[in-house]
Design a protein. Structure first.
Length: 159
């Protein structure tokens, strides 16, 4: 299933993330892609709010690679920006990537397309494209019934 939504501000992008986060369940994984400044971290701040985590503690973990935040469900926030492309098996092992793709919390991976192969465990893949000013186009793609349910909720609640 494919869904396209428009965001006119960082607040909109966070709100989209919040809607998703409110409906995410243990084990859901979202891969985020887009240019620098496209709003990936803003979307994760919204996910955090939807998972009952203070969005102000969310930052781009570019130097630490992984940040874990406790809320209704744990949010595992991974940012692969500083890693090579494709991410090597050794790098995946060092950050424990496969551990984060297990059903413990919700995992958001920025720059997920750097991975050698996209794991089938992913609930959603989300591309953010920069428009004019603060305008962003978000294209969400999901496979399976979980993704269909989440995207259906977003489609029904977003303008």
């Amino acid at each position: 299933m494919l869904l396209r939504v428009e965001s006119r501000s960082a607040a909109d992008t966070q709100r989209i993330g919040e809607i998703l986060g409110r409906h995410f369940q243990e084990g859901d994984v979202v891969g985020l892609s887009g240019d620098l400044g496209a709003g990936k971290t803003e979307l994760v701040r919204g996910l955090a709010r939807g998972l009952d985590i203070d969005p102000d503690v969310i930052y781009s973990p570019s130097f630490t690679l992984v940040a874990e935040h406790e809320g209704r469900l744990r949010l595992n926030h991974i940012d692969l920006f500083r890693l090579g492309e494709p991410v090597s098996s050794q790098e995946e092992e060092e950050i424990g990537l496969t551990d984060y793709l297990s059903p413990i919390g919700v995992t958001a991976v920025e720059w997920h397309r750097k991975l050698r192969s996209i794991p089938v465990a992913w609930t959603l893949e989300l591309d953010l494209a920069i428009g004019v000013g603060d305008h962003r186009t978000l294209i969400l793609e999901g496979r399976g019934e979980r993704a269909k349910a989440i995207l259906g909720v977003l489609e029904g609640t977003w303008r």
